[in-house]
Design a protein around this ligand. Sequence first.
Ligand SMILES: Cc1cc2nc3c(=O)[nH]c(=O)nc-3n(C[C@H](O)[C@H](O)[C@H](O)COP(=O)(O)OP(=O)(O)OC[C@H]3O[C@@H](n4cnc5c(N)ncnc54)[C@H](O)[C@@H]3O)c2cc1C
Length: 377
Amino acid sequence: MLICGASFAGLAVARELAGSGADVLIVDRYEIGERQTSACGIPTEWLQATGLMEAERQRFSSLLIHTPHGRRRYELPWTFSTFDYRELCELLWRQCDARFETAKVNGRARPANGNGQVAVETDRGVLSAPLVVDALGWRRMLASGDGYQPPDAPLSRGLEVHPGGESKDLEVWIDRRYVQAGYGWSFPARDELRIGVGSFDPRFHVRETTELLAEDLGSERVRYQGNWIPHKLRRATEGGVFFVGDSAGHCLPLTAEGIRTALYFGVALGQELREVHEGGQDREQAASRYAEFHDSHEWKFRWMLRVQKLVPRIPPRVLGPMIRLLGSKRFVKWSFDHYLQIAPPPARSANDQNGARHQQGDADHPLGTERDLVETK
Ligand SMILES: Cc1cc2nc3c(=O)[nH]c(=O)nc-3n(C[C@H](O)[C@H](O)[C@H](O)COP(=O)(O)OP(=O)(O)OC[C@H]3O[C@@H](n4cnc5c(N)ncnc54)[C@H](O)[C@@H]3O)c2cc1C
C-alpha cells in the first residue's frame, strides 16, 4: 500500500493500518513533521481521543470575537487546543508501523502491466501498489487533472506569522480592515503566537493585512507560512486512487478547520483499507463505501459554504450586534456542538459515523432539515 503525503491525513490512514500486517509505504517530500502549514488548532477532545495530548501547547475555553463595532467573548461548550506540529506528527508516526521515504510525487505514471496496480511517478522513480492514497494537500497530484488552479478554483488563502509571545485568549477578527471576506486570528501556543489572515476570496492578497494585524497586536512579523485552503469537497476516489484531507476538499468552509477533518476522514479511509488487506472486501468495494461516507457529509459542507458566502454581505454595522446576539450561551452551545458533530472524535463517533453514512437530515436544526432546505431553495 502506498500513502503519498505524511501530514495529518496520510498519517491518520497509516495509523489505522498498524498491526494489520499490511506493507505500507508513506512518502513525502519532507521529513515527518518538518514543515508546519497551519496554526495547529483543534478541539481538545480530538487530541485526547487519538492519544496526542503530549503535543498540546495551550487550551482555551472561550473565543474572543472582534468586529469594528465591538467584541464578544463566546464561552465554548468544549475546549480548543493549539499543538506543536512536529511533536504531533511524531506522535502519530509512533502509532504507525509503516515505512517512510522522502520523495517528491510528480503525478500518475503508466502502470508497468495491467495487473491492477496504480503507478506513481516520483523523483526517486516509479512506485506501484494495488492501494494508493493521495494525502498530498490541495494540489491533488494523483488526480487525472480537473484544472484546479488558483485563483479560479474554490480555494481560500491563508498566511500567518509566528512571533514569540504569550496570550491567554484565542481571538478572531471579522473586520474588513484586515480582509473583505474572511477573518484574522491570533492562536497562542504557550510561548508563540500564530497571527494570520484567511481570505475566502483567492484573489485577495493576505500578506499586507497579516502584517497589519501583527503590527496592531504589537507583534513581530517573523516566520511566515501560508497555503491555499480548499473550501469545497472533491471526489473521494478517482482512477483507483483514494483522496483524503485537503486533496479531497475535507477542510471545512467558513472556519478553514482542516486538521480534525483530515484525521476524521483519514481514520475512515484507513479502516476501509484495512478491511481490504484482511480480505473482507476488494478495492472497488472499499472505494464505493469510502465515497458513500464522504458524500454523506456533502450537505454539511455545502451549508457551511453558504454561511461563508453570506458573512461578507452583512453590513459591518449589523455585524457587531449580530455577533453579540448570537453569543447567547444557548445558541453558542447548540451551534458549536453541531459544528463538532460534523467530524466527531473517534470515541464518540462509532454510532455517529453509522448515522452519518445514512444521513437523512438534522431534525433539531432550528432552520430545518437539509430536505427542508432543498425544498425551499
Ligand atoms: C495559514 C493556515 C492556518 C491554518 N490553521 C488551521 C488550524 O489552526 N486548524 C485547522 O484545523 N486547520 C488549519 N488550516 C488548514 C489545515 O492546515 C489543512 O486543512 C490541513 O493541513 C490538511 O491536512 P492534509 O494532511 O490533508 O494536508 P497537508 O497538511 O497540506 O499535508 C500534505 C502533505 O503532503 C506533502 N506533499 C505535498 N505535495 C507533495 C509532493 N508533490 N510530493 C511529496 N509530498 C508532498 C506535504 O509536504 C505535506 O506533508 C490552516 C491553513 C492555513 C493555510
